[in-house]
Design a protein around this ligand. Structure first.
Ligand SMILES: [Zn+2]
Length: 194
């Protein structure tokens, strides 16, 4: 117990912060003054504002690599796109989203919203033709706390539903058996968007 409290007191982090604030002159034998390194990168502002795609975003990466069963990018229309959900709740579980990497609904332009809506209608038509589901869940999870797996890039879930396929919540919490592979789903849906 005593050992523990001692190690907290002499924490390397605390010590180094103190040292760097005191040091005004170079240390003997050290080529540079000891100071905190600050990396100024004004170019990052465009990423923060969502003007440029994030390199680590799976949706932006899918858009970049183009339409294929591998990228899961199914269709594009103007400023919007459709991708297959990699972890579908049901066969035909699609995501409709703006191409632009934005997190908030209020960041969408009228044009982007219109293109998203057009693709939502096309997707509903395709899914109805192909799967004849009894209903759909369609909606947004805004923020990680609301269940969004990728909260930084706004996306609408579009999920075909059948009676007895359980409720909406296993989408986040449980394992679900889906009757076809993503590649099969992709191949079946792609003719509706060409
Ligand atoms: Zn993105």
């Amino acid at each position: 117990m005593a050992k523990k409290s001692k190690s907290v007191k002499s924490s390397g982090v605390l010590k180094s912060v103190k040292d760097s604030s005191k040091k005004k002159v170079p240390r003997k034998g050290s080529p540079e003054p000891r100071s905190r390194q600050v990396m100024f990168r004004p170019g990052r502002l465009k990423y923060v504002r969502g003007l440029v795609k994030s390199e680590s975003c799976v949706f932006c990466a899918a858009l970049e690599s183009g339409k294929s069963a591998k990228s899961l990018l199914l269709a594009t229309h103007g400023e919007a796109m459709i991708v297959l959900n990699k972890y579908p709740y049901n066969a035909g579980h699609l995501l409709v989203l703006p191409k632009r990497h934005v997190a908030k609904l209020e960041q969408l332009t009228v044009e982007e919203a219109a293109d998203v809506f057009t693709l939502q209608k096309k997707a509903l038509h395709a899914l109805s033709e192909l799967y004849s589901p009894a209903g759909y869940n369609m909606g947004l999870n805004l923020g990680a706390a609301a269940g969004a797996g990728i909260p930084d890039h706004l996306h609408w879930h579009l999920i075909p539903r059948w009676p007895g396929d359980a409720n909406f919540f296993p989408l986040i919490a449980e394992t679900k058996v889906v009757i076809e592979t993503l590649e099969q789903t992709y191949k079946r849906l792609v003719p509706y968007f060409s």
